[in-house]
Design a protein around this ligand. Structure first.
Ligand SMILES: Nc1ncnc2c1ncn2[C@@H]1O[C@H](COP(=O)(O)OP(=O)(O)OP(=O)(O)O)[C@@H](O)[C@H]1O
Length: 379
């Protein structure tokens, strides 16, 4: 992809702190106007990547480009980016307008007062806070304070907005509302958003592209459904969404149509990612919602006894003890009108579509050891 259609590019970027390698050499590119989420467990290097884009950290090796320009010599305040933090970092003694205008005055000292007032009002309107300008920060709720932080970051009209776990301090309901608002805002403004989160639901629901990191490496970059449906390795399958892992052995490796013998002796078809010769140990991922539960027929197949049922409103989660395989989790839509509601103690037959099982070499349990994590440029 031509660099003018890219907003952010990492070329061989790495970061070491003494003996700690926070980010291994990475090539990575984000097109203009994308909403990308950096997702991964604590310590995987998400924030370090974000801070290198913002200019708050210098890469140990490689180049960070924004809008095609190398940022090596460009200080944070001169980059076309702005950052929103988890802790809003507002000035408590300023009113809302003064907090928003502060960033503008720093970067554009020559703007007239009326222009500053106009842009501040515009930014507050963008985050649904029109008319709140004269309030003091302590007179606002947590969600409103985060909106002020957002307005302050947007008032400079950056081409990239960096969001470091911006919703982590909000309660669940407010977080969900803000997720939708942030998505709408990003679409309206058309600027690139880079969101750091360790919350996989947040990453899947908000972004166009999810970049999954583990141990300082990018392990997968793709659309949310791609990440969920076709995880690149066992780590991604485990980290993104819930899944059951079944131990198995490769009988025949036909790639998309491999035969796997499970620990209970049953053979199933699976898509095998990452290779595996006959006899190799694999881990088979089967998502809870892929399991269909039916009345036990006594036929030889997969079956078990329901040990627990957790009612979640529109769905219910069942823990099913399956001889030879352990406990499997299944999710089913709740239908109160059903007369044959499944309950703990019931015997059930378990079935799934042939395309559902995904097998991964057991070695994928650990981070794949590669020198460079290279990902395709998105189109
Ligand atoms: N200033 C620093 N000095 C030394 N080590 C650091 C520094 N900043 C980060 N690290 C280390 O680099 C690694 C990556 O940290 P980073 O903050 O990027 O992870 P993260 O994925 O954002 O984690 P979290 O979700 O917990 O914020 C960690 O092992 C961390 O301890």
């Amino acid at each position: 992809m031509a660099s003018e259609t890219l907003d952010i590019e990492f070329r061989g970027v790495s970061k070491r702190y003494g003996d700690v390698t926070a980010v291994h050499p990475t090539d990575f590119a984000v097109p203009k106007g994308a909403f990308i989420a950096l997702l991964g467990p604590s310590g995987c290097g998400k924030t370090t990547c974000l801070r290198m884009i913002g200019g708050f950290e210098q890469p140990t090796t490689g180049q960070v480009l924004i809008g095609g320009a190398d940022m090596a010599e460009v200080p944070p305040y001169r980059r076309p980016v702005n950052m929103v933090f988890q802790h809003y970092a507002l000035f408590p003694h300023f009113d809302v307008s003064a907090n928003v205008a502060y960033g503008l005055r720093q970067v554009r000292p020559r703007l007239t007062s009326s222009e500053i007032a106009r842009r501040t009002a515009d930014a507050l309107a963008m985050v649904q806070l029109a008319g709140f300008g004269k309030r003091k920060v302590h007179e606002l709720s947590g969600g409103q304070q985060q909106r002020v932080a957002l307005a302050r970051a947007l008032v400079n009209r950056p081409s990239v907005l960096l969001l470091d776990e911006p919703l982590a301090a909000l309660d669940k309901k407010l977080r969900t509302d803000m997720q939708i608002e942030l998505q709408n805002l990003q679409r309206e403004l058309g600027i690139t958003f880079v969101l750091v989160t360790h919350d996989q639901e947040e990453a899947l629901s908000m972004s166009d592209v999810v970049c999954v990191m583990n141990g300082g490496r990018i392990v997968q970059l793709g659309a949310p459904d791609e990440i969920y449906d076709r995880p690149a390795d066992r780590f991604v399958a485990a980290f993104v969404g819930k899944t059951n892992f079944l131990d198995g052995t490769v009988v025949e490796n036909g790639g998309n149509a491999a035969r796997i013998r499970l620990a209970n002796g049953m053979e199933i078809g699976a898509r095998l990612t990452g290779g595996g010769a006959p006899g190799a140990a694999v881990s088979v991922s089967l998502r809870p919602e892929a399991l269909r539960l039916g009345a036990a027929t006594g036929e030889t197949g997969l079956g078990g006894i329901i040990r627990n049922r957790i009612f979640l409103g529109s769905t219910a989660e069942y823990a099913i003890e399956v001889p030879g395989l352990g406990t499997l989790l299944a999710t089913a839509d709740h239908d109160a009108a059903r007369s044959d509601l499944l309950r703990p103690g019931d015997e059930v037959a378990i079935s799934f579509n042939p395309g559902a099982p995904l097998a991964f070499p057991v070695a994928d349990n650990k981070t794949t050891q590669r020198e460079t994590s290279h990902v395709e440029v998105l189109s």
